[in-house]
Design a protein around this ligand. Sequence first.
Ligand code: NAI
Ligand code: 15L
Length: 269
Amino acid sequence: MTAPRTVLLTGAAGGLGTLMRELLPPHGYRLRLFDQRPVDGAPDAITADLGDKEALREAVRGVDAIIHLAGISLEAPFEKILRSNIEGTYHLYEAAREEGVRRIVFASSNHAVGFTPRPAGGTDTVPVTTPRRPDTYYGLSKGFGEDLASLYWDLHGIETVSLRIGSCFAEPTSVRMLSIWLSPPDCARLLHAALTAEDVGHTVAYAASANTRLWLDLTTARALGYAPQDDSEPYAAELIAAQGELDPANPEHAHIGGAFCTDPPIWPY
Ligand code: NAI
Ligand code: 15L
């Protein structure tokens, strides 16, 4: 696929959106920004809710592709998840269909399969074909997004790469994160691959760096052309010294989703 030039970035005011606003332009993208909150330093960003169909349609008009990060990124009451993550993602896909956008990258999450027992890591990883085991309403909404993407590919020919992101922050901050960390530069590399790979149909891929202790199978990500450059291992000694090794008898440590399976962090708004 020819590299898309103009890309709509939803969720641009969020943590990942803020990182990608810096890291994606060097890969050749001009970003149009969308979020319900104002985006710092970007007066041209579109400030609107995913429920605002007219604003969404205007936002997607003329773009070559969409990176859909907007949504509740933690656990929340079902009604809130329904509005932002389920209905909001539906409205985005409808706007894309109406305006003829042919490629979307959807920010799914490891929490779509969060109750999957954690593998040993290294060569023992969880495949993308593992049955969904959401750990929260949040994780459930990510499974919905993946299925919506599949439907819009089969019905309307809109291609999506659903990226089940592990944990994308500047540095890993927990022992669990050592196994699912996605460095921000690797995130930009993977988004670039997902935007430019040919004939993706609907592809599901885990999104993580080349971590020594990796739990997630990167085969489909690599097939898109993703070549991760980073590994969380340099952070391992200090994190393990401070927090100890994962304890298989502790339910929080027993599953991919970590604390989302036991005491999920709650969306504060
Ligand atoms: P974040 O919470 O920092 O940012 C999400 C953004 O979406 C916020 O700026 C918020 O204002 C916006 N938003 C929420 N509901 C909206 C609505 N109804 N209309 C318009 N905008 C709305 O989250 P973060 O960390 O930047 O994550 C971005 C995406 O990636 C999310 O979809 C999240 O579920 C997903 N993800 C992130 C991971 C990570 O490690 N950062 C891991 C797995 C998935
Ligand atoms: C997610 O899906 C969240 O959006 C992010 O804030 C992290 O909690 C991440 O998963 C994780 O599992 O560490």
